[in-house]
Design a binder for this molecule. Sequence first.
Ligand SMILES: Cc1cc2nc3c(=O)[nH]c(=O)nc-3n(C[C@H](O)[C@H](O)[C@H](O)COP(=O)(O)OP(=O)(O)OC[C@H]3O[C@@H](n4cnc5c(N)ncnc54)[C@H](O)[C@@H]3O)c2cc1C
Length: 450
Amino acid sequence: MKNQISILGAGLIGSLLGIYLKKKGLETSIYEKRKDWRQNHTSSEGRSINMALSFRGWKALEKAGVKEKVEPFTIPMYGRRIHDEHGTTYCQPYGKDNEAIYSISRNVLNGILLDEAEKAGVNMYFEHTVEDVDVHQNVVTFSLPDQEKKQLDASVIIGSDGAFSSLRNAMQRQTRFNFSQQYISHGYKELTIPATDEGEFAMDPNALHIWPRGNFMLIALPNIDKSFTCTLFLPFEDSIVSFDKIRDDLDVIHIFQTYFNDAYQLMPNLTSEYSTNPTASLVNTECYPWTVNSCLLIGDAAHAIVPFYGQGMNCGFEDCYILNGLIEKYGTFSWDLVFEKFQKSRKPDTDAICQLAMDNFKEMSDSVSDPKFLIRKKIEAKLHELFPQEWVPLYSMVTFSDIKYSEAYAQGKIQAAVLDKVMSDPLIAQKWKNLDYHAILNKVETSKAV
Ligand SMILES: Cc1cc2nc3c(=O)[nH]c(=O)nc-3n(C[C@H](O)[C@H](O)[C@H](O)COP(=O)(O)OP(=O)(O)OC[C@H]3O[C@@H](n4cnc5c(N)ncnc54)[C@H](O)[C@@H]3O)c2cc1C
C-alpha cells in the first residue's frame, strides 16, 4: 500500500516518471483525462506539435532506458537560421562542433513514453479526469465518461497534470501555499510549411528557423515527414501587429507578405490554418511548496515555463531524473523525506529557468537580428574556444550541459556584465578579433571573487 504510486496526467512528464518508478519495482498507475490518443494521431489540444529536446532531456531519457527508442524520430538542429525581412538567411550555430537541439513531435514522443510505461507494467487509466484531491486523506475523485464518479484511496500521489494542475488547485486551499500565475502579453498560433511537391523539405531541415521582427516573430521546426511546424508569436493587442488586428484572410495575407514573405511563399494552407488553429496563450506559473502530505507536484504542474528557451519539457524530464536519484539515495521508507529533499534542492533551479525563459523572448524576437548581437556571440564563441572550461556561454550551460539552472543563471549574469563592458566600445566591430581575451576572462574571475 505504502508504495502504490498514483500519477495524475499522462503527458510527457507523467509518462516518463511512470517508467522510472515502475523500474524501481513500485506499483505505479497513471490517470489521464484524455482518451488514449495513440491510435488516432490528432494534435495534442492545439499545443506545440514539435519540441526541441536538449541535453537534460536526453540524459533523463537515457537513464530511463528509452533514449534509443526516441532517437530515430528526432532531427538535429545545429543553429538558428535567421530570416530577415528581405528573405536573406544566415545561420548562427547554437554551440560548437556537433552540438544540436533535436526536433521531435510531441505526440510521437508522448506515445513512445506511454508505450514504454505500459511495457514496463504501469497501469494506465484513460478518461479519468481528476476532479479533486483530498491531500490529507489522500483520496482522489475522478469523473469518468457518462458523469460517473470514482474515488481512489492512494498512498502516494504525484501531480504531473500540467500548468492547470488539479492537484495544485487542491494544495492551494492549504494555508501558506504560495502560487503565482502570469499570462504574458503574447500568444501563439501553429501553422505549417508542408513538404515540397517533390516530397522534400522546403528549407534547411537542420536548423531552427526564426523570423525575428522585434516585438513578434515566427519560428519553424522540422518534422520527420519533411514538413515544418511554424509557431507565430504575436502580442494579443496594443501593437501594430497583434492578433486582434488580424480579422480576416486578407489581414493574414497582408501580415505574412509584409513581414514573412519568404515563409508565406511556402505556406499554401496559411489562411485556412490560421482560421482553424486556435490562438493559445502563454503562462508562467510558480508555486511552493510542491509537496503536502504524501502528494507531490512535478513538471508544468509545479513550474510552467514560457517556451522561449525550449526548456519546459527538458526541465520536467530533469525533475524525473533528480527525483529518481533521491529515491535511490533515500529509499521509499519516507516519501515525505524524498519529496522534501526534492523541492528544496530543485526550486531555485526551476525559478532560474522560468526567469531565463521570460528574458529570452527579447533575444529570440529582437536581438538575434542585431549586428552587434552577432559580434557579441562571436566574442563569446571565441572565449569558449580559448577557455572551454572557464567560459561557457549561458545558452550552452542551459542547453548542452546539466549545470544547475541556478548556477548557469548566476554565471550568465557575471559573463553578461563583462560582455556589456566589452561591447560598449564603439569600435568593437573592428576590434573584436584582436581583443585581449585573457583579460576578458580575468574580469569574470575577479567578479566571482568579489
Ligand atoms: C508553444 C510551446 C512550445 C514549447 N516548446 C518546448 C520545447 O521546444 N522544448 C521544451 O523542453 N519544452 C517546450 N514547451 C514546454 C512543454 O510543452 C511543457 O513543459 C511540457 O509539455 C510539460 O509536460 P507535463 O507533462 O508537465 O504537462 P502537460 O504536457 O501539460 O501534460 C499534462 C497531462 O495531464 C493531463 N491532465 C490535465 N488535467 C488533468 C486532470 N484534471 N485529470 C487528469 N489528467 C489531466 C493532460 O491531458 C496532459 O496529458 C513548449 C510549450 C509551449 C506552450
